[in-house]
Design a binder for this molecule. Sequence first.
Ligand code: NAP
Length: 512
Amino acid sequence: MSLRTSLLLRQVSARLPGLPAAMQRLYSLDVAAPLLRTQGYLGGRWVSAGSEFPVLDPATGQELARVADCGPAEAKRAVDAAYEAFQSWKQVTAKERSVLLRKWFDLMTLHKDDLAKLITFECGKPLRESLGEISYSASFMEWFSEEARRVYGDIVPSPARDRKILLLKQPVGVASIITPWNFPSAMITRKVGAALAAGCTVVVKPAEDTPLSALALAELAEQAGIPAGVFNVVPCSREKTPAVGKVLCTDPLVAKISFTGSTATGKILLKMAADTVKKASMELGGHAPFIVFDSADIDEAVKGAMASKFRNSGQTCVCSNRFLVQSGVYERFLDRLGRAMDEELRIGHGSEPETTQGPLINARAAEKVSQQISDAVSRGAKVLRGGNRLHGSFMEPTLLSDVTAEMLCTREETFGPLVPVLRFNTEDEALAVANASNVGLAGYFYSQDLAQIWRVAEALEVGIVGVNEGLLSTPEATFGGVKQSGLGREGSKYGIEEYLDVKYMCLGGLRP
Ligand code: NAP
């Protein structure tokens, strides 16, 4: 029986409540049965917990599946399994690890359509973007399958003739991986690809909203032949998260914690990890400035603004959050951006081919955007497009002009489809506003002035800067922020270093 003939074993249907009749229809999640996993994956076994939690389609509120609600006991079992597996995985040759990661990449590519459907249904993202995420997610398995074979140590010239100095790189051990819902697949592979390539084993705790993508990855890991205990997944409800998080951040067998999520949660995890002095990588919140200078190519700037703002309905950590536009091009930029929003953005269920704007992850997220809009309007901002909260967690893409630095939307990360536009006169003024933030993940600017490009790229206090470009992420480049946006870097040749220790070996007694 071919894989496709085993499809449609599970169907979940729902109507999208509150939408105009023309948009009412049934939405079905049809994926290959083996990819719709609902148990935890511990030590190479699929396990139930005492209870389950529901996974909902954020567009309809309908239940997609019920998933094992793992607690601290399952988390501890997973850590123990990972620790045991580490003893043999670290001995596996780099080439063998590379081959297994490559198989995992091949399987992700083979099943990309089903993996994308899972993302769309549990996270709300339009299907085209979900396919893009799977391609991005799989690319980390490919990249780190290649990097696995390039972990070089050093032989350093010694000051003594009877000694040699060798610097060896070794895997740190078991890594706890805690990930958010907005990239349910890629935030896992960006860490796990590097960890496994280095010779570490992992325990993954996915977000409550999006465990299905993580469990589908576990299914493919098993099919690829990743040994039992090397990759473990402990899904859990928000209620159990603190207790599971505590095990993952404090168990003495865990050597490293790698987290992607909000700055507030990152601080909690760092404090917990401090007691046993674990290594930590933190990919935290952003508040990206998007600056358009008078010399910019405005059509390109509009294209970049659309790409960097509206992906995943504005729910990415590198989303442009504050738009600073120089006086000479302010009106023109607003006019063209407004027209592009009218022409290109369509709200709907992510599985509809024409949808570009799915729901926000939940009603709380939509409420936050609404509050930022109300606050801005009460302080003098003008609504040029949108402004309204729709049914459920859907939110109209919104364009605001006359925004000032005191408004909530310029002080806090939005995580929604809101474009607040501030006017500025000088480069220094723009940089002062852009850098007046305690986080610094991504930043973007548009300019055709070469001297300005160097000045501004160097002066922006961020870890990732897009110059005349709105989409930046790729496995070849580093990903990570400065200030309270985090610690460490993912992707690139540096990503694997986060999972390696350097050991100094002094080889003495060598007679000259
Ligand atoms: P979040 O609330 O911090 O949650 C992220 C993950 O942490 C989820 O798995 C969550 O579990 C878990 N968590 C929460 N409290 C925990 C605890 N006490 N112990 C252990 N785990 C805990 O963040 P979010 O709202 O899902 O994601 C949005 C944020 O992530 C934004 O600030 C965004 O900028 C940031 N982000 C950053 C990057 C980056 O690469 N820098 C990438 C994507 C997103 P539950 O789901 O069960 O709550």
